[in-house]
Design a protein around this ligand. Structure first.
Ligand SMILES: Cc1cc2nc3c(=O)[nH]c(=O)nc-3n(C[C@H](O)[C@H](O)[C@H](O)COP(=O)(O)O)c2cc1C
Length: 349
């Protein structure tokens, strides 16, 4: 099993490398007769696009999508939707000086040991660029979910030591870091500029809020909603964990404080984060994801080459000093694909 396919009722298979001619996705299992909003699809792609944010990588890709199949007269036909995204701004020469070195924090060493060959141009398939394909698929899933009343919003709650203290979802599109607290956002942006100057990188935390999910999605044992969302989110590079509701903080509660009690109108609190026993309970689903500091930094680091010689490495090229900025729409996309797949499991397509 090559591990390039995700999902159950709804699957995506992605292909392509960071510096190859193109990458893309095949989406299988979508419902028929759904009108894809191409303008919205392009907008979603622009949110992740390299070069689209002053604080991100300087690689400039337009990320235009070509729909090759599964759509007729603007509507899904129920057959596989294949989408192609061409790479147009590769600069593979940036990587040739370090083609035989293992970059710390990257998949270089593990790929080479596992496969005996690796595409060193920009991380090949381990690159964040692969997520452009996921985003195209996720954007369609988001549109379908929206038509069913489900809304998915991810935002940054922490970068480095700076934490958001307000949760004003209305402002997340007004700053470059998708933060729901404008004061914190300004400080986060300044921190990223400072870190870039220092040739270093910084991580953060993304929170995701899903509303409008009915009671009953997910299964009680191996197909728990948390387990499937965990699989989806942890399959994105640079994610280092996931917690639902109170998450790790639940240990600071007593059962009497943590239990979500009910009255005739519904739940009186949402410490669980919208899921009980793996099954959605109708309340908003809330989870958080720590994002590691970007592996590629232009400071000198110790490593070894493929022959085992000790080396010093400086990773040149165009990188995100903080991955949080561009990962927000990818987290929404993988969430949408998971929830839509669970919806089809429960209701058919
Ligand atoms: C949207 C996105 C953009 C990314 N940009 C970069 C980058 O510019 N530089 C980098 O070193 N890693 C970047 N990454 C993360 C790497 O792909 C990832 O850390 C690396 O492949 C190692 O995998 P791991 O973090 O899962 O262990 C990005 C990831 C995503 C999802």
């Amino acid at each position: 099993m090559g591990g390039n396919t995700f999902g159950s009722s709804l699957t995506i298979t992605t292909f392509g490398e960071s510096h190859g001619p193109a990458l893309g996705v095949i989406i299988d299992g979508l419902e028929s007769n759904f009108t894809i909003n191409i303008e919205d699809l392009s907008y979603q792609m622009s949110r992740r696009r390299p070069g689209g944010n002053r604080l991100g990588t300087k690689r400039d890709e337009q990320d235009e999508v070509e729909i090759l199949s599964g759509v007729f007269e603007g509507k899904t036909t129920g057959t596989p939707v294949a989408i192609l995204i061409r790479n147009t701004n590769q600069r593979s020469d940036d990587y040739s000086p370090i083609s035989t070195f293992y970059r710390p924090g990257h998949a270089d060493y593990t790929w080479h040991e596992k496969f005996g060959i690796r595409d060193w141009r920009g991380g090949g398939r381990s690159s964040g660029r692969e997520t452009a394909a996921r985003l195209a698929a996720g954007a369609i899933a988001m549109q379908i979910l929206k038509s069913k009343g489900v809304s998915i919003t991810a935002y940054t709650t922490q970068i480095g030591h700076i934490k958001a203290t307000k949760n004003d979802i209305g402002v997340i599109k007004q700053n470059l870091v998708s933060c729901p607290d404008m004061d914190a956002a300004n400080k986060m942006e300044a921190l990223i500029d400072e870190i870039r100057e220092k040739k270093d990188s910084v991580g953060g935390i993304i929170e995701c809020l899903i509303t409008g999910v009915p009671v009953g999605l997910g299964e009680p044992v191996f197909q728990k909603t948390e387990a499937l969302l965990g699989h989806a989110i942890l399959s994105i590079g640079a994610t280092k964990g996931i917690e639902f509701g109170e998450g790790f903080n639940c240990v600071n509660f007593k059962g009497s404080q943590h239990n979500d009690m009910m009255d005739s109108t519904g739940f009186l609190s949402n410490h669980a984060g919208g899921i009980n026993g793996g099954i959605t309970n109708g309340d908003p689903i809330v989870f958080r994801v720590p994002i590691k500091p970007t592996a590629s930094i232009s400071l000198e680091q110790r490593t070894r080459d493929i022959l085992g010689n000790e080396r010093e490495i400086v990773v040149e090229g165009r990188h995100d000093p903080c991955i949080c900025i561009r990962i927000v729409p990818v987290i929404e996309a993988m969430t949408a694909l998971t929830i839509l797949s669970l919806w089809y499991d429960q209701n058919g397509r």
